[in-house]
Design a protein around this ligand. Structure first.
Ligand code: HDL
Ligand code: ZN
Length: 392
């Protein structure tokens, strides 16, 4: 295939392959108001709140006294009217409005509020998933969340929304549970949720081994439970939580972690499978090296502050160079339903030239690829790596 044809075929295969979005903060319709959607939530996304405070004189303490609609109006005026929406997160809202057939240049939110008021959620979810090219998403479910926990009692399941059991409260905060009771607790909830993996976000200071409560619960409860239930453990390492509490969800930062913790975990627990995402750009290359050492380590995604084309390109190229297609390139981390439209448009747009370049180099070195070859690679990156990792 010649150069332009390869690019076009890669773009077409990416566009026509439905992806499994392995980490989101979305909720199935049965979770009611926990599931966020619509223009006011899109605009009060914490990525945009962080940008607001850099471009408006409003202080956080004043901002938090405003209603949701007032906060959304302020963000729209500041980041979309007074300034051009050229950051990733602001341009994303424009892409969502455009994909939904709305004129993204309105000066007020009224026309968008009218549109979303007209939507019926189940149909809207179907339309949004189709526009985003996603087959299903994995939620982030916390059985210790007093708001979420009771909703599992008589939940109407929706196969487009799979569960992941999130362990942050259990592992990063004091609870009354012992390690032994925790193991039973986890096995019960994985069964109830039909969770496809367990997950925890960890600080940049995370160490394993270490003589601390988190290590004890990992060793005596979480890792044995994951092994016996045959599900992976997702480790998301490098968060520095609440460096600026005044801006709430937007107040977290990132830090370089000591990835020897992953080395020890993968080596000492060979019967466990690990999904690993690290938040610091400086940790990415060594994560690839560790993935070459341990076949029970699956690097995944360009997480949070890394989900920007300039960084995604670097991370994805080094993964392809060192791991072939044996990694999971992206998740959306969407918190508001319609965000999957722009997050997956951006991922496909960034991936296309990177994959095309890999095929061009392969052709130059003696082997041209067919469309079927490209389809096989994209299926693996977008779907089967995750399916195989979670369903052995
Ligand atoms: O801990 C996590 O799962 C992170 O993704 C946080 O939720 C973060 O606030 C976020 O939304 N990142 O995109
Ligand atoms: Zn997340």
């Amino acid at each position: 295939m010649i150069e332009t044809v390869v690019e076009a075929v890669v773009a077409d295969v990416l566009a026509s392959t439905q992806v499994i979005d392995i980490h989101t903060h979305l909720f199935a319709p049965g979770f009611g108001s926990l599931g966020l959607w619509g223009i006011d939530h899109l605009l009060t996304y914490h990525y945009l709140e962080a940008e607001l405070f850099r471009s408006a004189p409003t202080r956080p303490e004043e901002y938090w006294t405003l209603s949701l609609a007032q906060r959304a109006d302020l963000i729209w005026k500041t980041l979309f009217v007074v300034n051009n929406p050229i950051s990733e997160a602001t341009r994303g809202v424009i892409a969502v409005l455009d994909a939904l057939g709305l004129d993204p240049s309105a000066r007020t939110l009224q026309p968008y509020r009218h549109f979303f008021r007209e939507q019926n959620l189940p149909d809207h979810i179907g339309r949004v998933f189709k526009l985003a090219g996603i087959e299903s998403v994995v939620m982030t479910n916390d059985p210790l969340d007093p708001e979420e926990s009771p909703l599992w009692n008589d939940l109407v399941s929706d196969t487009r929304f799979r569960a992941a059991l999130r362990l942050d409260r259990l592992l990063n905060q004091e609870t009354t549970l012992t390690p032994a009771k925790t193991r039973d607790f986890l096995e019960g909830w994985v069964t109830r949720m039909r969770a496809v993996y367990m997950a925890v976000s960890l600080p940049d200071s995370f160490q394993f081994p270490a003589n601390d409560r988190r290590n004890q619960f990992l060793t005596e409860a979480v890792l044995p439970a994951c092994r016996d239930l045959n599900i992976p453990l997702s480790l998301m390492i490098g968060v520095r939580r609440q460096v600026n509490p005044a801006i709430r969800l937007a107040g977290d930062a990132s830090g370089r972690a000591d990835l020897r913790s992953i080395e020890t975990l993968c080596r000492e627990f060979p019967d466990n499978r690990f999904l690993v995402s690290v938040l610091s750009r400086e940790n990415q290359h060594e994560l690839c090296v560790y993935a070459r050492k341990f076949a029970n380590l699956m690097p995944f995604d360009c997480w949070w502050f890394l989900n920007n084309p300039s960084v995604v390109e670097e991370i994805t190229r080094e993964r392809l160079e060192m791991l072939g297609t044996s990694f999971i390139p992206q998740h959306s981390d969407a918190r508001i339903l319609e965000q999957v439209i722009y997050k997956w448009r951006n991922t496909r747009r960034t991936l296309a030239p990177i994959l095309a370049k890999s095929y061009r180099l392969l052709a130059e070195d003696g082997r041209a690829v067919t469309r079927a070859d490209i389809e096989r690679d994209v299926q693996r990156l977008f779907r089967t790596n995750f399916q195989n990792w979670t369903s052995r």
